[in-house]
Design a protein around this ligand. Structure first.
Ligand code: ES4
Ligand code: ZN
Length: 336
């Protein structure tokens, strides 16, 4: 359709994609076999690629999804596995019209299994380099900390020699905070964020996905973040929504993720219209495309289906995404 073509051609930036969430069931089974990883035998979902995909369509919550997400990534061992995973994502992103991608990964989810941080980074960096050279996509890497793990574990990872080296060299642009939200409020990670800010890193955090709106204000006040990942619970808090609009904090919204994880009943319930009306800046993103049934263009199209946005509104969204990116001004000017 003409609108699909328009949305595909719109210069898009993606700010909320977990590379581990780009692991499709076929690749998962292929790597499990190649790396001799035993998948859970007591869960029928792991009988086949098709069963697993069907199970993904029945997630009941963020934690229900995360259970499969952490098992899935257990098949990633070698730098080449991480490179292939990220490359698969960049090919999809390119086909969808992404010009710039800021991608998350979870160092602790790999180091805790005995996979070296350098191995993970080497693989992802190789894919990023290819994405720029062969697809013209510029990239930034963001390390996410797992909020369900003890705070000392996060601090230990932050201070790990190879991690520090990648921060100080600029190989990593910023940090984020992800995983199970409700039981792990932002303020627990204040020390981590203060240290990251002191290192010159950009700051974002998942907040207001399942958690209440005061987790969003806590991320802004206690963690000093400049972006909020998800942030859909902001819509129920008029005063906070005004603040976020005034200070131009960008939300990285993931509509299909919100539906699949039952944070909202349908795309129409994602507060896109409320954000546009309040002047809240946001980008539209895929989150975990292999688990939630679509890449970025599917998310753009789903939003259009639900909200019938005007060309002007789409232009506003695309511009906010470029402006809210963590690339240099020269690259922003190129995309505008
Ligand atoms: C995630 Cl959708 C979502 N929420 C929180 N943490 C995550 N890690 C990967 N996907
Ligand atoms: Zn996420």
């Amino acid at each position: 359709s003409p609108i699909h073509d328009f949305l595909k051609l719109l210069p898009k930036c993606e700010h909320h994609i977990h590379l581990e969430g780009a692991l499709t069931p076929p690749v998962l089974f292929q790597l499990a076999q190649r790396n001799n990883i035993t998948l859970p035998q007591d869960d029928d979902a792991f009988q086949s690629s098709e069963f697993l995909l069907q199970r993904y369509q029945r997630f009941t919550s963020l934690d229900d999804f995360l259970h499969y997400y952490y098992i899935g990534m257990s098949v990633l061992i070698h730098a080449s596995d991480f490179e292939a995973l990220a490359w698969d994502y960049f090919e999809h992103a390119s086909a969808d019209g992404v010009h710039h991608a800021e991608v998350f990964f979870d160092p602790q989810a790999h180091t805790s299994r005995g996979v070296d941080y350098r191995t993970v980074l080497e693989g992802f960096q190789a894919a990023c380099k290819r994405a720029t050279q062969e697809l013209g996509i510029t990239t930034e890497l963001i390390t996410c900390y797992l909020r369900h793990l003890p705070v000392p574990d996060c601090l230990e990872t932050f201070h790990h020699e190879a991690v520090q080296e990648s921060y100080k060299s600029g190989e990593i642009r910023g940090i984020g905070l992800d995983s199970s939200e409700l039981d792990f409020p932002p303020h627990l990670f204040e020390e981590l964020y203060t240290k990251a800010k002191g290192t010159g890193l950009r700051l974002t955090s998942h907040a207001g996905e399942e958690g209440p709106s005061h987790y969003i204000s806590s991320a802004l006040d206690d963690l000093q973040v400049e972006r909020i990942d998800h942030g859909i619970k902001l819509a129920g808090d008029e005063a906070l929504m005004k603040r976020v609009a005034t200070q131009a904090t960008m939300l990285t919204v993931c509509p299909m993720s919100n539906v699949v994880l039952r944070c909202v009943k349908e795309i129409k319930d994602v507060p896109i219209r409320a954000f546009l009306d309040a002047g809240v800046k946001f980008s539209i993103n895929s989150d975990d495309p292999a688990y939630f049934g679509g890449y970025i263009l599917d998310n753009y199209c789903a939003v259009h289906e639900a909200f019938d946005l005007s060309i002007d509104e789409w232009t506003t969204i695309a511009r906010a995404g470029i402006e809210g990116s963590w690339c240099g001004q020269t690259r922003k000017d190129e995309m505008h």
